[in-house]
Design a protein around this ligand. Structure first.
Ligand SMILES: *Cc1c(COP(=O)(O)O)cnc(C)c1O
Length: 341
């Protein structure tokens, strides 16, 4: 029976064409700055966003943690949403790697506004930690894949400039946001000091994330990457897959968004679904209307070969992606209405 895997957009596997590009990739020792495939990827990504430089890293957690470490000193305070990945899902890395505290508010499904940020900035008082960094997530994973309006980002950027705070973007799924909001990547990037993007999610590369920023920032990031144990040698082999993903798989994210929207529409008609977080990209977070625990519902869905993750006690997350094809989608639309939860 067809397995429908909606657990995450990280489950995608490299295609035949991607593997061929990887197989043939020219490589060198990247710690010595000698890997042509990594250079090519970094230059392509930097130019796409009009950023001065980029750094290839092993994961999105690593690019975020490097960025936080570069923008702060121990004892500083970081502003983010309480739904943010950097706070919830990076093993306490803000404290562990950078020695920083956090000031948080949930925001609108994880999206902050300038006035929320303003309220979280610590006063200039010796009792308080120093606020030095604001981090936004776009799209917000825990916010159901919602994305920022450029006008909100502009206001937060202006506030950060005025208060001399660095602004970081956890753009693990930034290409989904760019597509959904029709942003110009260069304009978008101009409001941030650093951006992290994942290549191993919807874009379908097996491994890798990129950190983007100014030349001096990336130079500093390279030091942090080394001390975090992330200096890689002939990693051009994976960088080539990542470049292939960037070149070939950005536009098709639209298909994931359309399918997610169709799933939302269907879920709204199911008696066992109470609410769906409005779908904007490829993430569908929905709430059960029955009192069964989400993990019980997930186990039931699995019996019908639908694989997904619980998200809290009464919520479930579906994520559409490159390997969730038309065939999988049709099957899901047929099967969901037959399920009793
Ligand atoms: C996946 C993800 C990351 C990074 O995850 P890795 O598994 O470390 O690559 C960062 N932020 C968000 C919002 C994510 O969804």
């Amino acid at each position: 029976m067809l397995t429908i895997d909606l657990r995450s957009d990280t489950v995608t596997k490299p295609s035949q064409n991607m593997r061929e590009v990887m197989y043939k990739a020219p490589v060198g020792d990247d710690v010595l700055n000698e890997d042509p495939s990594i250079h090519q990827l970094q230059e392509f990504a930097a130019s796409l966003f009009g950023m001065e430089d980029a750094l290839f890293c092993s994961s999105g957690t690593q690019t975020n943690q490097i960025a936080i470490a570069c923008h702060t000193r121990p004892g500083d305070d970081v502003i983010c949403s309480s739904l943010s990945h950097i706070y919830l899902y990076e093993g306490g890395g803000i404290a562990l790697n950078s020695g920083c505290s956090v000031s948080m508010v949930e925001g609108n499904n994880g999206k902050l506004t300038a006035s929320m940020v303003q309220q979280l900035i610590q006063p200039d008082d010796i009792h308080k930690p120093r606020t030095t960094l604001v981090s936004l997530e776009d799209t917000v994973n825990k916010g159901g894949g919602t994305c920022y309006e450029l006008s909100d980002i502009k206001e937060i950027h202006a506030l950060c400039k005025q208060k001399n705070l660095a602004l970081h973007c956890d753009g693990a799924r930034l290409f989904n946001a760019i597509l959904a909001k029709n942003h110009d990547p260069k304009e978008y990037a101009s409001y941030f000091d650093s951006i992290s993007i994942c290549l191993s999610k919807g874009l379908g590369a097996p491994v890798g994330s990129l950190l983007l920023g100014k030349k001096a920032f990336i130079q500093e990031a390279k030091r942090k990457r080394k001390v975090f144990g992330g200096g890689m040698r002939q990693a051009g082999i994976i960088a080539a897959g990542a470049l292939y993903a960037l070149e070939h798989n950005r536009a098709r994210l639209q298909e994931d968004h359309i399918r997610a929207k169709e799933i939302e529409t269907l879920l709204q008609k199911m008696p066992w679904c109470k609410t769906v977080v409005p779908v904007e990209t490829n993430i569908v977070i929905w709430q059960l209307s029955t009192d069964i625990h989400s993990s019980t519902a997930v186990a039931k869905l699995k019996e019908s070969n639908i694989h997904c993750f619980p998200f809290g006690e009464d919520k479930i997350r579906f994520v559409t992606h490159l390997d969730y094809t038309h065939q999988h989608h049709q099957r899901l639309l047929d099967v969901l209405p037959t399920i009793l939860l």
